[in-house]
Design a protein around this ligand. Structure first.
Ligand code: ARG
Length: 449
């Protein structure tokens, strides 16, 4: 039986049932029961239920909770949604008193509550997972020691940097994502229960008591807003998607680094896959799928926003579709974080040195330090690069004499500048690609974690 059959003469058509019921809310079972326990306690406290009824309903709900935790709760095809399933089971356990649970409540404020409870907890888990990945990146950065690679712009080698500096860039991005989850959590952490179907109730409800017992920082300001707003869900999904986009960029590099052409990384057998056709291959499928799945969660976010854009106040059934997007985006992020963390933790990074060209700016800056205008210095070094390239040579075999011929202010000792590691050692600017900067970042990240 549905929760609303009173004014209906006939039962629901089979096609209506198939179209309108949704089983994706089943994962809200524990949250739904938790919310009901707080609700029934409040009903008792304001005198809407007598003590006996409160005790019986609580015992029944706790039994349902045990079944839920033990994975023994049985759903039926006739359960319209999670709320119906719980009330139906409660009725089986305690009889008619189950009918008192929904006093002063609607599924509209109830579903908003369930989703907020779920996402509040999920946000905490995602923060922990992200912090774990950041820790792994910091460990790998430390492991990288004084290994020097090129930084890239336009995917062209740019300047010499410690490999650790590159890894740590992702640590900072991900730490901001964790921060965003914390901030989104603050806006999720508001109880909508007591808003009822749309405008509250004539009964002496105390939304503040429910909010307090569920550990919310407060309860809703406006009942229409409480049942119809999903900005808290959009924000959560945005943060999940932004995190996936960061993971996708990192994944793209993990894929590149494992190529024969780069040769920067080798991934553990347990985090790679083979080819059914090519016996020699070891494929970075985790990274490729993280990149691919990032596309699907971008779809979740646009879907969720589109869902809300045309809705009049207050609750509309369209909102049932929010869960599909929220759960999919969060599930993808959860598994991507776990898989990539393992893949990076077990990876062996051993990048070869960069090309000699990455010191070109250092040579120009040596001239600038001697008073030469940067534009002139740039031009002179550019000329040397062009001449060397024309001869099929690079900076490694430049002679002191050739340097002096490039610009009168260059001296024979400047050949020492033509070493990528020396270039990193000479770097001064704060938080740039220097060994000191890397040490500072590692220290700061460790204390932030
Ligand atoms: N299944 C609905 C949802 O997910 C719950 C609220 C239904 N409310 C209603 N009046 N039909 O949004």
């Amino acid at each position: 039986m549905t929760l609303w059959s009173g004014r209906f003469v006939s039962g629901p058509d089979e096609t209506l049932w198939r179209f309108t019921t949704d089983t994706s809310d089943r994962r809200l079972l524990v949250d739904d029961v938790t919310g009901s326990l707080a609700h029934v306690a409040m009903l008792g406290e304001v005198g809407l239920l007598d003590d006996d009824a409160v005790v019986r309903i609580k015992e029944g709900l706790e039994h349902v909770l045990d079944e839920a935790h033990a994975g023994r709760f049985e759903f039926r095809d006739t359960d319209e949604d999670i709320h119906t399933a719980v009330e139906r089971r409660l009725g089986e356990l305690i009889g008619d008193d189950a009918g008192r649970l929904h006093t002063g409540r609607s599924r509209n404020d109830q579903i908003a509550l369930d989703l907020r409870l779920y996402l509040r907890r999920a946000a905490d888990h995602r923060v922990e997972q992200i912090q774990h990945l950041v820790r792994v990146l910091v460990d790998q950065a430390e492991e990288a020691g004084d290994t020097v690679v090129a930084s890239y712009t336009h995917l062209q080698q740019a300047q010499a940097i410690p490999f650790a500096h590159h890894l740590l860039a992702y640590a900072w991005m991900l730490l901001r994502d964790a921060d965003r989850f914390v901030e989104a959590r603050g806006r999720i952490d508001v109880s909508p229960l007591g808003a009822g179907a749309s405008a509250g109730s004539a009964l002496p409800l105390r939304p503040d008591l429910v909010a307090e017992s569920l550990g919310f920082r407060g309860s809703f300001e406006n009942s229409l807003d409480a049942v119809s707003s999903r900005d808290f869900a959009s924000e959560y999904v945005f943060v999940a998607v932004q995190t996936m986009v960061h993971l996708s960029r990192l994944s793209e590099e993990l894929v590149l680094w494992a190529t024969e052409e780069y040769g920067w990384a080798e991934y553990d057998d347990s985090y790679t896959t083979g080819s059914s056709a090519l016996p020699h291959k070891k494929n970075p499928d985790i990274a490729e799928l993280a990149r691919g799945k990032a596309a699907t969660v971008i779809g979740d976010l646009t879907g969720l926003l589109s869902l809300q854009k045309g809705l009049p106040l207050s609750y509309n059934r369209d909102l049932q579709e929010d869960k599909r997007a929220v759960f999919h985006a969060d599930d993808v992020l959860t598994t991507a974080l776990a898989a990539l963390t393992g893949m990076i933790e077990t990876a062996r990074f051993d990048p070869p040195p960069p090309s000699s060209w990455v010191v070109a700016l250092d040579l120009a800056e040596a001239l600038v330090a001697r008073g030469v205008p940067f534009r002139d210095a740039h031009h002179a070094v550019g000329g040397l690069v062009a001449a060397l390239k024309a001869e099929g040579r690079d900076f490694t075999d430049v002679t002191a004499g050739e340097l002096e011929g490039t610009h009168p202010q260059l001296v024979p000792e400047d050949v020492d500048l033509l070493d990528p590691k020396g270039s990193v050692e000479a770097r001064r600017s704060p938080r740039g690609g220097s060994f000191q900067s890397v040490a500072d970042q590692i220290g700061e990240l460790r204390s932030l974690l």
